[in-house]
Design a protein around this ligand. Structure first.
Ligand code: ZN
Length: 87
């Protein structure tokens, strides 16, 4: 019985990030210190960087959203300020 690295406990997932098909005898964990699967451990860096890339995309998407929101707000804010100066 092997324990594969798998950060999300998604019951529908049939395959571990190392490429092994998960059976009833396979365990998954999000904690590297509990991983016993050789494939997972050998691919640790790759799996980790893939995970980091996912997180980076999420952060970039959030950043883009914040940029979008602030670019929408700034012109109005400037106009309001300009109106104050005109009056
Ligand atoms: Zn594995």
């Amino acid at each position: 019985m092997k324990t594969h690295f798998h950060p999300c406990s998604d019951a529908d997932t049939e395959r571990a990030p190392c490429g092994t098909w998960l059976g009833e005898t396979s365990h998954t964990t999000g904690d590297w210190s509990h991983v016993t699967c050789g494939h997972c451990l050998r691919n640790k860096d790759r799996i980790k960087s893939a995970q980091a890339a996912d997180e980076k995309v999420i952060v970039e998407q959030m950043g883009a959203m914040v940029d979008h929101m602030s670019s929408n707000q700034t012109p109005n804010g400037e106009r309001a300020y300009q109106r104050l100066l005109d009056e």
